[in-house]
Design a protein around this ligand. Structure first.
Ligand SMILES: Nc1nc2c(ncn2[C@@H]2O[C@H](COP(=O)(O)OP(=O)(O)OP(=O)(O)O)[C@@H](O)[C@H]2O)c(=O)[nH]1
Length: 354
């Protein structure tokens, strides 16, 4: 799963909001300080702009609390900060060293907006700042050109470094996200990930009216495998069952390890009849394919319970409980079975070895 730019904003959201808050506090303090100083120096427009930015930063702090669109406020802050720096740069009689503040822009842009938008914003702001610097300060001497080259080169190097840093940070975040959603033994999605996929599938089903099914699966007498052949053999069997699920199912299906020797499979857009066929195929496949552990060939079977949205429930919990209940019905009816309808008429939804 590749995270989108929007996902990145929200996955790093708390960190970014904290950073934005810190920036707003620093801006309030320094802009107010420079504002007073510049009013005192007689630079009335610049002083007023700085005091205005300090004031707006305070307002932004309040707006940010509970805002659903922190990324837009981050962008607004960046524009405000940049406008203040450009005003300082074009103010006659001000020092050209104001440009050092412009160098903070790529850092803030990348931290607040991620790699792609951060780079775009950085280049747009820097290009405008270079133009302002060129028009205001360039004198046609070798020293003047060296100054200009320093301004451009330092901002390009800084932008490049922060961009590479943000790229590797996003990669690491992706990797961590995948690890946190994956069962380490089998490589299948874990319980946490399945719940997320189920929530999303349920929301889509409510919107589109498409049904889906859930298979609850538990390996039979798995304790015996561990007891007779050892825990490593048990692990190997779990991996092979996972491989079988991966090869058997469609790309749009999600097979997840729920824990221990229990798995759940989500079959989107599948009717109860279709789910019964898939479950029966998985059951038969496993029963007919001995699992190789060392030199041994073990026969492992599975019991499966099926629940269907919306017939068996409209909530994730109801569907999980229903599939689990039917799975234990399959266990109590002798194992190596699929059950898709419980209650008094159990017989009609049960499939198993011929
Ligand atoms: N090797 C291995 N064994 C596991 C793992 N997780 C759970 N188990 C074992 O799975 C077994 C589950 O045993 P039980 O819950 O008694 O169920 P069972 O023997 O499969 O019997 P039924 O479910 O009634 O058919 C226990 O021996 C657990 O130690 C794992 O990650 N690796």
């Amino acid at each position: 799963m590749r995270l989108s730019e929007q996902d990145h904003y929200y996955s790093a959201g708390v960190q970014r909001i904290t950073l934005l808050r810190a920036l707003l506090i620093l801006t309030m303090v320094f802009a107010a300080g420079f504002g007073v100083l510049n009013l005192y120096r007689g630079l009335l427009i610049l002083g007023a702009v700085e005091l205005g930015v300090a004031f707006l930063s305070g307002i932004l702090m309040l707006i940010l609390q509970g805002s659903r669109y922190p990324q837009y406020w981050g962008l607004f802050y960046l524009i405000l900060f940049f406008a203040m720096l450009i005003t300082a740069l074009v103010t006659a009689g001000n020092s050209r060293t104001v440009f050092v503040w412009i160098l903070i822009i790529p850092i803030i842009a990348h931290f607040l907006h991620g790699r792609q938008l951060g780079l775009l914003l950085s280049l747009a702001f820097l290009a405008s700042a270079w133009a302002v610097y060129y028009l205001n300060f360039l004198d046609l001497t070798l020293l003047g050109f060296t100054d200009m080259a320093n301004v451009v080169a330092s901002s390009v190097v800084l932008t490049g470094l922060i961009h590479v840093y943000e790229y590797s940070r996003e990669k690491a975040e992706d990797r961590l996200g995948k690890l946190a959603a994956t069962d380490s033994l089998t490589g299948l999605p874990n319980r946490k990930r399945l719940r997320e996929v189920l929530d999303r599938t349920l929301s889509e089903a409510e919107r589109t009216g498409a049904g889906f099914c859930l298979l609850g699966m538990d390996l039979d007498h798995f304790k015996n495998v561990n007891d007779q052949y050892g825990h490593d053999a048990g692990d190997q069997a779990l991996r092979q069952v996972s491989d079988l699920l991966r090869t058997r199912l469609r790309r749009t299906d999600t097979a997840a390890r729920w824990g221990g020797e229990e798995f759940f499979v989500l079959l989107p857009g599948t009717s109860s009849k279709g789910a019964l066929q898939i479950a029966e195929a998985v059951r038969a496949d496993l029963a007919e394919t001995p699992i190789r552990v060392g030199g041994e060939r073990l026969k492992v079977t599975v019991s499966i319970g099926i629940s269907e949205y919306p017939a068996d429930g409209r909530e994730v919990r109801e569907l999980l409980v229903c599939a689990d209940r039917r799975l234990y019905e399959a266990k109590s009816r002798g194992r190596d079975l699929v059950v898709n309808e419980g209650g008094p008429g159990i017989g009609k939804g049960v499939t198993g070895p011929a």
